[in-house]
Design a protein around this ligand. Sequence first.
Ligand code: SF4
Length: 742
Amino acid sequence: MIDSDLPPSHATRRVRTMCPMNCHPTYCGMEVEIQDDRVLSIRGDDENPDSRGFLCIRGQASREIIDNPMRVLRPRLRDVRTDDAWRDASWDEALDRIAGAIRKVGPEAVAVWAGHGSIVNTVGRRLAPRFANLCGFQWWEPAIVCWGLGGFGFSLTGPVQVNTKEDMAAHSDLIVLWGANLASQPTTAPHLVAAKRRGAWLVAIDVRRSEAFEQAHETHLIRPGTDAALALALMHVIVGEELHDPVFVSSHTTGFPELTAHVKQYTPEWAETETGVPATAIRALARRYAATKQSMILVGGSSMHKSANGWQAGRAIACLPALTGALGRPGGGLGPRHAAQSSGMGTVNIEASERRPPSPSGRPYMISEMSSILDDLDDGRVKVLLLFGTNMVSSFADASRVARALDRMDLVVSHDLFMQDTARNHSDVVLPATSWLEETGYKTTNTHLYLMDQAISARGDARSAAWVMDALAPRLGVADFFPWKDTDAFLTALFDHPAMGHVTPAQLRAQGGYQPLAISPVAHPNLLFPTPSRKVEFLSERAVQLGMPSLPVYEPIAEDAPTQPDGAGRFPLLFRQGRTLTHFHGFYDHGRALPTLAKADPEPRLWINPADAAARRIGDGDAIRILNDRGTMGARAQVTDRVPPGVVWMRDGWAGINDLTSGARSLPAAAARAFPGGQAAYEARVEVSGGEVVGFALGARPRRDDRRHDGRQTARAASARSRRRPAAPAGTADGTGIPGED
Ligand code: SF4
């Protein structure tokens, strides 16, 4: 039994849980006041040792999820993909329809992809690959949309673990925020401040002047996609001036002679032309970094790693603490990074990958690499797609291509709290998901395990992702998807691991709902690394075997190149995206379903430098159109010198944003197969025009017919749409009460 009803209670209760938005490495604790099964208030949990009472605007807005009138509360089906075809259905009818479609196409043509929209308390995340393995479905890593590629770069060199934020506060004397910002990891901020008060020197490196720049002593605005060039130039100085740690290098690294010869070419002057960072500043930073043993680098998550060559940056940056001997010591090495683990973290593996049957056709299973998935989708390899909490046409790069593929599928299923682009425009079945307070689960930060007990009853017919998989499995002939008696028994099995102290949920409840993890605050304390040599590999034979250079390199991003035939002339601006505090990617219908977030961030704003804006006669606050050959998007201009000329930036997660992005392959196929978790390129070159924005509203994704920036096509598509769509009640697109998109 996975989900259960709660006995009614009229007493006012205070429940300690965790924020549902998975901003790893920040997870914040919250205290929820409940009476009569209703949420009265949500506030930060003062006793949470990670967040210490902090709860940002997103966490506070989460109270608007529970009884939100826009929530999906019943299974919905439609027989044709028109807006007026939706009808409510029973769970049995919905599950039978899904199972029937799967039986018709066979398991090999079925894919499962899960994300934070409905899988927020880790249970569904852990069970989804088990479900796919036992059923013989295709399975894609959730990380392919954010940090996976950077993780690959770090793993090639070796240092993958991170020191804790507490260790940084206590011991670091130099902290480099390399693409990391405080909107992405707010709970790191107090520890940065503590380190700064102690005298630590803070350096911020980013493609835009982020809020981290305001905290830093030293800032470097870097040209997008050139982080590897900067890291190589830093190595050039450290090695060339013999500032490295020869004892550490000889004991714990491979390939130093080759690296020494290799980085001679990467002078600071060369790097200045690539990165825009002055050569003098590069030399000064290299000398300061090498001279400070307790130096820690915090690398940004999505922003850098969504870049086509972000893995090269990760690979090169990971060499720096090995050169200076900063690894395996307090205050040194690498600091908190999205999804990176502290030393010793883990749970029991229940994924049952060893039981995945051979694919009936003999063809290898699809790999979790975005551009390969796009190719396979184009080939029609997936006919039934089960999406748990993911808005795929929003989050994949080159999203228009995804949209076309979804349109060709037999059945698309979305399990989510709210309707969203993919559910609205491409799904045949929408399943109502429970919120984080309506199910039991857990979260782990880099230091603690937190139980997240069910606190209120499920609204409507909502069910957790785990429940849905458990209900589908027997319909597909899988008898032991969930062999545990209940969720507590499942968590007991999962926590039977040294890091978790083999604790049970009952014991956690008795001690207030959390406990410290048995981990080392210092990464790689034994100076062993997960490489074939167990050393830091400047030179990697594994890389060569996977079709990549033996040493870290910088390869300019093809999309960014000013010499490409179509790019530079017509689309001169480099487009990048990242995080702000007022949204959480595209979740909750791009934040539009939660009034607090919708009000705080009412429409997409494109940061554009005053010089670029003036050249286009665009003023601050003007409605603009962002376009390239892949798509177009309406937005409002935010004229600011926080981005340099030639670069435009927008927070991620807006509808339509990834109609612009590249989707190009980032890794050789062999590498993608060896490290199944990489994304395609999210770069884009764009042009921005001012004046009237026609065809779609700001912040709305144009329907698939409208995505070219060709005015005649847009008009034709609008005309066709008006013919096939019935009138909807005022203020809604489909009569469901959900605001329309066009
Ligand atoms: S930073 Fe905000 S959204 Fe993220 S976990 Fe904390 S409260 Fe939630």
